[in-house]
Design a protein around this ligand. Structure first.
Ligand SMILES: C[S@@+](CC[C@H](N)C(=O)[O-])C[C@H]1O[C@@H](n2cnc3c(N)ncnc32)[C@H](O)[C@@H]1O
Length: 205
């Protein structure tokens, strides 16, 4: 990775994804987490304040060293132990059936092979374990989707490989998850190509 990806993108993400507008959505995504939790694409730890008391530990997987450093204050204030346990969601260094729950927020857009990452999450979740997700992706409306295709090349260049056109429910289903909760909506206050959200839960077999 170059200077821009290493030193600039994590700071942009920390600010753009740290907006107060997203706090209620993060709270909803994290609300039912419990036990030993895996978070892929931990970023700068913007979900840490929302981990509920029922969480006993969090294994954070994040390639960006700067993201981890920007998380420092949130980690110091965390109510549960959070350890940086891996660098790549596409290849997780954990045994099968290790985690009670998993979390990903605004990450499936960026991981190069999101399908591989979801297969890995499914592998390390205990049977019946739940992945809670809050992601942006492919819009429900054809007109918005056309704009997403136009804007995606620039989005990928500016935001560390972030895609606009990935279908989160399709990715989850293809990886063997059963989607048990799904709220699909446009986040108010942002242009539609960037704000087609999927918030919900999916269960591993
Ligand atoms: C848009 S940021 C979201 C960060 C955080 N989840 C949040 O909600 O603020 C996407 C994150 O995915 C991370 N990422 C990129 N490739 C990854 C990979 N192969 N495995 C795990 N995380 C990855 C990036 O470093 C970045 O922190």
């Amino acid at each position: 990775m170059g200077f821009y990806e290493d030193q600039v993108v994590p700071r942009i993400v920390n600010v753009a994804c740290g907006t107060k507008l997203l706090a209620p959505l993060r709270a909803r995504a994290c609300a039912d987490l419990a036990g030993d939790v895996l978070e892929i694409g931990f970023g700068s730890g913007l979900n840490v304040p929302f981990y509920p008391a029922a969480v006993t530990s969090v294994s954070a997987v994040e390639p960006a060293d700067l993201g981890w450093r920007l998380a420092r204050r949130r980690l110091d204030a965390a109510r549960v132990p959070v350890n940086r346990s891996g660098l790549d969601g596409q290849s997780l260094p954990f045994a099968d059936d290790s985690y009670d729950a998993a979390l990903c927020t605004y990450t499936l857009c960026t991981i190069p092979d999101a399908a591989a990452a979801l297969r890995e999450v499914r592998r390390v979740l205990k049977p019946g374990g739940t992945l809670r997700f809050l992601e942006h992706g492919r819009a429900p409306d054809e007109g918005v989707r056309r704009w997403q295709h136009r804007l995606e090349p620039m989005q990928k260049r500016l935001f560390g490989g972030c895609h606009l056109t990935r279908s989160v429910p399709d990715l989850l289903t293809s990886a063997g998850f059963t989607v048990t909760e799904l709220d699909a909506f446009y986040q108010p206050g942002a242009p539609k190509p960037y704000s087609a959200m999927s918030l919900g839960a999916a269960t591993a077999p």
